[in-house]
Structure formats: structure tokens, C-alpha cells
Design a protein around this ligand. Structure first.
Ligand SMILES: Nc1nc2c(ncn2[C@@H]2O[C@H](COP(=O)(O)OP(=O)(O)OP(=O)(O)O)[C@@H](O)[C@H]2O)c(=O)[nH]1
Ligand SMILES: [Mg+2]
Length: 295
């Protein structure tokens, strides 16, 4: 149970959070939820659609933003997308490197010493995608069994689920199935993007990594997940991976927003409006002619 909170935010970049629980576990808490503020740092600006790691296990093969998304961004007609936080949940066995991966991306640090995550923690990372502000709230969960019930309470509402395993420990790959099942159970079917991430790439030779990836790619396909190998120690692929996560989540958010708005209003013939049953009146009033070619 969360009973107390303190917070801090890093100007121009992100905010992070943690809680103190009745059990006395102390974690930080974000001081601000708003994605507005100073401009995002240059390395969080995404103008081109980031590429997959391997075409053998990727969520999308295309190398450009969806046409409707590009047009909508150009017209600055992305609705509330720029104001919302998209939730990303990172799960996986203890010691696989979940915290290290998030800290490498959000703080550009790496700690060789293991400090188990207690319950959950989170970081907010701000991007600018196609000129639109966009924020990810990245939830770091505990892999230790005794904290699982605390962590699983935070799975709900995830747009992205990242299942992490240690490339040097095949058992942790086998366990990703169960982690994913637990996370998906708390979310609407088909509502989440899933990524399978092999960590500690620096500990393997190129050949050993390629060998470990064969099984991982097979499992990623089974999970309908996109596969990535990364190293929090060297930083290899970390930024590219999170850019890909952000771009896919952003694109989905924009398309969903367009769909919501177009189903709230149908424009026909010379501009007469048909009011749809169940559409909230304020949505109908505020909707302007969108860039959608059809409804
Ligand atoms: N060589 C190497 N070590 C890593 C890498 N990532 C993490 N580690 C180490 O692996 C250990 C565990 O990392 P954590 O990030 O704390 O693992 P975790 O998955 O968050 O663990 P829990 O919080 O208990 O679930 C630490 O000692 C890290 O320094 C990596 O990319 N390369
Ligand atoms: Mg951790």
C-alpha cells in the first residue's frame, strides 16, 4: 500500500518516481506528470521511423510513419496525444538487467553493483516525434518472487510490455512466457505492443550471441513480440530500442486518437453532420475536419 511520496524531476529530460510503502520500502515519486516543460533534449527528437533490430521478429517491417500519422503531425492535429503519458511496463526475472536498461536510457549510467528493485519504480521520458511532444512512463518492476504481487498491481493500462531476459542465462528466456502471460492478463486483449529483449549482450561473443538469438527470435514470434539484443553496460542498441518503442507507441496513439475522433463525427456530402449514438457532445463540438480520407 502506498502511504507516502516524495519527488524530483530532471529539467528538460524526464521525471522519475517512487513510493514509500507501509512495509517501509522507500521509492521515489515523480514530482510532475505533465509532459509539457522545457524542450526535449536533442537525442529524444525522432523525425524518421526507427528501424527494427531484426526483420525475423519485428512488429512492423515498414520504414516510414503511417501516411495518416505524418499528415496529422504536419497539421498539428494530434489531439490529446501530446498531453498523455503512454505506459511501458518492463518485466522479467530478477538480475536480468531491467533496472540497468532503464537507467542506461534515462540517466545514461551503469552500475555494476546489483540493487534489487523493491516493488516498482518508474521514469518518465519525454520525446518529440514528428514535431509532437510525446512521453513514455517506463515502469521498472521487481523480478524477485516476493515482490511480484506489488509489481503486478502496476501492469494495468500498459501500451507496451517489455519482457527482458539475460542472454547468458537460457532459463530467464524460458520464464519470459510466464511474465508476459501475467502482464497480458491485466490488459485488454490485443491492446499492448510486446517486446522481447535479450540483455547483457557485452558478455557474449558475436557467435554466441547469434546462437542465443535463434531461440529468442523463435519465442518472440510465438509471443508476437519484437526482438532486440542490448547491453546496458556499453549502451549498445539501448537508445535505438527505446526510440523504436516510442515511435510504435506514438503511431498507435495517433491512429487511435484519429479513429476516436472520426467515429465521434461523420462528415458527409456538403459538410452536413451526422451525430453518432453514444458520441459525447463535447467531442462532437471540438472536432475539426481531420486529415482522414475516410471514416
Ligand atoms: N555485463 C553486464 N552486466 C549487466 C548488464 N545489465 C545489467 N547488468 C548487471 O546485472 C545485475 C542485475 O542488474 P539489474 O538491472 O539490477 O537487474 P534487475 O532485472 O533490475 O533485477 P531486479 O530488480 O531484482 O528484478 C547488476 O549487477 C548489473 O550491473 C549488461 O548489459 N552487461
Ligand atoms: Mg531492478
Amino acid at each position: 500500500m502506498v502511504i507516502a511520496a516524495t519527488g524530483r524531476a530532471r529539467p528538460g529530460r524526464a521525471a522519475s518516481g517512487a513510493f514509500a510503502t507501509s512495509a517501509g520500502h522507500c521509492r521515489r515519486m515523480r514530482s510532475s506528470l505533465t509532459p509539457l516543460g522545457p524542450p526535449v533534449s536533442r537525442d529524444r527528437v525522432i523525425t524518421r521511423f526507427p528501424k527494427w533490430y531484426t526483420p525475423e521478429a519485428c512488429l512492423q517491417l515498414k520504414e516510414h510513419f503511417h501516411g495518416q500519422v505524418s499528415t496529422t503531425c504536419q497539421r498539428r492535429n494530434t489531439g490529446t496525444v501530446g498531453l498523455r503519458l503512454s505506459k511501458v511496463v518492463v518485466v522479467g526475472d530478477l538480475y536480468v538487467g531491467k533496472t540497468s536498461l532503464i537507467h542506461r536510457f534515462c540517466k545514461n549510467v551503469f552500475d555494476r553493483d546489483y540493487k534489487a528493485t523493491i516493488g516498482v519504480d518508474f521514469e518518465i521520458e519525454r520525446f518529440e516525434i514528428g514535431g509532437i511532444p510525446y512521453s513514455l512512463q517506463i515502469w521498472d518492476t521487481a523480478g524477485q518472487e516476493k515482490f511480484k504481487c506489488i509489481a503486478s498491481a502496476y501492469y494495468r493500462g500498459a501500451q507496451v510490455i517489455i519482457t527482458a531476459f539475460d542472454l547468458t542465462d537460457v532459463q530467464t528466456l524460458e520464464h519470459t512466457r510466464q511474465w508476459l502471460e501475467d502482464a497480458l492478463r491485466e490488459n485488454e486483449p490485443g491492446s499492448c505492443f510486446v517486446f522481447l529483449v535479450g540483455t547483457k549482450k557485452d558478455l557474449l561473443s558475436g557467435a554466441a550471441c547469434a546462437q542465443a538469438e535463434v531461440e529468442a527470435v523463435r519465442l518472440a514470434n510465438e509471443m508476437q513480440a519484437e526482438y532486440w539484443s542490448v547491453s546496458a553496460k556499453t549502451g549498445e542498441n539501448v537508445k535505438a530500442f527505446f526510440s523504436r518503442v516510442a515511435a510504435l507507441a506514438f503511431e498507435q496513439s495517433v491512429l487511435q486518437d484519429l479513429e476516436r475522433r472520426s467515429s465521434a463525427r461523420l462528415q458527409v456530402g456538403d459538410g452536413d453532420l451526422i451525430r453518432m449514438e453514444g458520441s459525447p457532445p463535447e467531442t462532437q463540438e471540438s472536432t475539426t475536419s481531420s486529415s482522414l480520407g475516410c471514416c
